[in-house]
Design a protein around this ligand. Structure first.
Ligand SMILES: [Zn+2]
Length: 385
């Protein structure tokens, strides 16, 4: 913890703000965090992005579903980073771990409103299982993946159509903090230079990887990475990239991307067209040792440890917040339905996700494990740092 000073700097107008600011009210540009106390000190016992906690903003609670540490596969003379091996099947899980930690640390009872974006929303809603009220706002029915909407409802979110204000956009500094860990994993594995080809639809991943490289340089590490943002022919180059110096842009034709998509599927990697495009761009460029980021799986989702039975998880969380902690057996008794085994399993997965905590107490000669909400004793603070 210590004396961390967090500032937010807008890449658009260079304005700086104290604390974490989610969007620049001055110009609407992309804000990034400036952390005062970063150091490269890996918590190697954490099999998730929090192994890089020393390079990330600090929170009271840390949420994880096991995101990150995705495989790096050799491909001809190149490398692929398989982000589709994240808990919900996409790179967005890295961002969701940071965003949900922020929301749960700030005020676990405050409702969260999210602007819909493919992959991101499904991921974040899965991570926000401890938040009682999650609303997803669709502002463009044409850019919606229908199947995804149904899964969001299954996860307990409300879905509304509106163009209304105050809602979370993914172009925010905490998304960037989460996604930047992708480059830390390369660095931890001893990969310190080369071109990184990044699918760019909004440009957020390219900016995040660039930020990760900047942060490594800020603490004095010698890294020689270059970021190449890849977009499909006929699609606009994301305007967010205009303001970031040091990101190259590469255009790939649709038919070549499609051929690559099919070729990849034959090797067992089912991804999206834009990810296939980044691989195509890497091969057209031809530099040995380059890395392509495969961001997401086609549309099939992996089953989530917590999300799988989210209704049960949500009920347990509500019960704990209303009636205080208890043993798994007591919780099961209070619920009146579900199986004891189901309650045990749900508690175990929520504990590993950081949503519930436990301690042992002794009653007579018996030791019992008591579950409770992690910051039950903490009064709601609205610390913004
Ligand atoms: Zn600005």
């Amino acid at each position: 913890m210590g004396k961390e000073i967090v500032k937010t700097e807008c890449l658009g107008c260079a304005e700086t703000f104290d604390g974490i600011v989610m969007d620049c009210e001055k110009c609407g540009g992309v804000p990034v965090l400036r952390l005062s106390d970063m150091e490269w000190d890996i918590s190697s016992n954490r099999p998730n992005i929090w192994r890089y906690a020393s390079m990330l903003p600090k929170f009271k609670r840390y949420v994880t579903l096991g995101e990150g540490l995705t495989p790096i596969r050799k491909y001809r003379k190149y490398k692929l980073k398989l982000e589709l091996r994240n808990p919900t099947g996409s790179y967005a899980d890295r961002a969701s771990a940071v965003l949900s930690s922020y929301f749960l640390s700030k005020d676990p009872n405050a409702p969260v409103r999210i602007k819909y974006a493919s992959d991101f929303t499904y991921s974040l809603v899965s991570y926000l299982i401890g938040v009682p009220e999650v609303e997803v706002v669709l502002d463009d029915p044409f850019s919606v993946e229908v199947e995804e909407i149904l899964s969001l409802i299954e996860l307990g979110a409300t879905v509304n159509f509106s163009d209304a204000s105050a809602q979370l956009s993914y172009m925010n500094p905490l998304t960037i903090e989460g996604l930047k860990t992708t480059v830390f994993e390369l660095f931890e594995r001893g990969i310190k230079r080369g071109k990184i080809f990044v699918p760019a639809e909004t440009g957020i991943l390219a900016i995040s990887i660039w930020k990760g490289i900047e942060d490594l340089r800020a603490i004095g590490e010698d890294v020689g990475f270059e970021v190449v943002a890849v977009h499909l022919e006929g699609m606009k180059i994301p305007s967010s990239l205009d303001r970031v110096r040091g990101i190259d842009v590469f255009e790939v034709s649709r038919d070549k991307a499609l051929k690559k998509l099919i070729e990849l599927a034959k090797t067992g990697i089912k991804t999206k067209l834009l990810s296939a495009a980044s691989l195509e761009a890497m091969e057209e460029d031809g530099e040995e040792g380059s890395i392509a980021i495969i961001t997401a799986s086609d549309s099939r989702r992996r089953t989530l440890p917590v999300g799988k039975n989210s209704r049960l998880s949500k009920e347990i969380l509500r019960l704990l917040s209303e009636g205080g902690g208890g043993t798994a057996y007591e919780i099961w008794e209070r619920m009146g339905k579900y199986t004891l085994r189901g309650v045990y399993k749900s508690l175990a997965s929520m504990e590993s996700a950081g949503l519930v905590a436990s301690s042992f107490s002794v009653e007579g000669r018996r030791k019992k494990k008591v579950y409770f909400l992690p910051n039950e004793d903490m009064k709601k603070g609205s610390s913004n740092s």
